[in-house]
Ligand binder design. Structure first.
Ligand SMILES: *Cc1c(COP(=O)(O)O)cnc(C)c1O
Length: 400
């Protein structure tokens, strides 16, 4: 776990516990109240005029956020170690609104091929419609990203490890190449959370989180967070709300409540994820485990160098088997649920098709791919569930 009290600077666990809370400004109540608001009243005409000149000079309107929203923004900023945060209604909204704000017609975007798949829609449909061109690059590109940078390139977008297949990216090398060409870098940091990777301290300019996942942590909230360098804040904050985005104060309250236990939850997700990954590696049905925390994973060196830990999401490649056998395995799971999203307290398993959502790099796999999320259940119960699942898979293959 990163952090620790060095020269009076609070460590991450301490920040996660206290950041954004101001109990004595609120009659001693520990958690920030849920301020629900659309209209905000101005006390006089002079204030009204001040707000119409500068929407960020005070509370202006519900869409720009209430003190509950600001409390979450303050807490996430403290954990990212700087910058300014903007909360909006989903992780995808955070990504699309930021891209639409930073790019304009004629601009060129470099997008990692292993990006969270719905972002490809944003690039290939929405951004394209507005005259912004996207080139997808292989996640392993590192410093060679320099060769893809054109005079029109404005942004390099990274996500590590990659959605579904968990390739690591050499963020420092990409940042060096981008900075050398005067190009900004944006990164989706949902997997590591601000606890296990701090992109801003590696030179990334804009960080996005699906706070829907680990930050909220209880599968009951949709939220997105953008954290940017101070100099980009005004433009992004005004641009994002100008597109109509906002965040529910009730959801921000829940996310903040989730954030308080993020360090202990994440440590357990890490421990269980690694335990499952090691167990799965020894199973005869498994061809490969994709988890950068395993010493023989191709991304392990980068992960160890740059990240402070691993969350509970990883992938496995099964040896070739008929779809009916995979269905027999998954249909009978007692604890592992099947569904989109992750980062909640519960374990999940999902069949995925990485080959179908990449264009710049090939995904070679003879058998089916599963994405697993290690939840907070007791580890032997999870292993027993998977073990029984493999027995069903084997039985279905014999029957076929
Ligand atoms: C889920 C996810 C998103 C999108 O977040 P939503 O809140 O579901 O819109 C973005 N990036 C990654 C890596 C995700 O897993």
């Amino acid at each position: 776990m990163a952090g620790g009290n060095k020269g009076g600077t609070p460590g991450d666990e301490t920040r996660a516990t206290h950041a954004g809370n101001h109990p004595h400004a609120n009659q001693g109540v520990i958690n920030p109240p849920v301020y629900r608001a659309s209209t905000i009243l101005y006390p006089d005409v002079a204030t009204l005029e001040q707000v119409s000149k500068d929407r960020l000079s005070r509370l202006a309107y519900g869409r720009y956020g209430t003190p509950t929203v600001s409390a979450l923004e303050e807490a996430v900023t403290a954990l990212e170690g700087g910058g300014r945060a903007i909360v909006l209604s989903s992780g995808l909204a955070a990504i699309s609104a930021t891209l639409m704000n930073l790019l304009q017609a004629g601009d060129h975007l470099l997008m990692v091929d292993t990006v969270y798949a719905p972002v490809r829609n944003v690039c290939d449909k929405t951004l394209k419609k507005f005259g912004i061109e996207t080139t997808y690059y292989s996640p392993g590109i590192g410093a060679d990203i320099a060769e893809l940078i054109r005079p029109q390139t404005r942004l390099v977008y990274a996500e590590a490890p990659g959605s579904l297949t968990f390739e690591m990216q050499d963020i420092p090398a990409i940042v060096r190449a981008a900075q050398g060409a005067g190009v900004r870098v944006m990164m989706d940091n949902t997997w590591a959370t601000p606890l296990y990777f701090k992109p801003l301290s590696h030179g990334v300019d804009i960080v996005v989180h699906a706070a829907t996942k680990y930050i909220s942590g209880h599968s009951d909230v949709m939220l997105g967070i953008v954290v940017c360098r101070e100099e980009l804040y005004r433009q992004l904050k005004l641009g994002i709300h100008a597109l109509g985005h906002s965040a529910s104060p009730d959801d921000c309250y829940l996310a903040l409540r989730g954030l308080r236990t993020l360090p202990v939850r994440l440590a357990r997700h890490q421990e269980s994820g690694l335990a499952l990954a090691r167990w799965l590696k020894l199973r005869p049905e498994v061809a490969r485990v994709m988890h950068p925390g395993l010493p023989d994973d191709p991304g392990h060196g980068i992960w160890k160098r740059d990240f402070a830990g691993a969350s509970g999401l990883f992938g496995i490649l099964l040896k070739p088997c008929p779809p009916a056998a995979v269905a027999a395995m998954l249909d009978g799971m007692r604890l592992f649920g099947m569904g989109a999203s992750w980062g909640g307290y519960e374990s999940l398993v999902l069949p995925v098709n990485p080959a179908a959502i990449r264009t710049a790099s090939r995904w070679e796999a003879a058998g089916p791919t599963l994405r697993l999320h290690a939840g907070l259940e007791q580890i032997d119960d999870l292993i027993a569930d998977l073990s029984d699942g493999f027995a069903r898979l084997a039985a279905a293959q014999v029957a076929a």
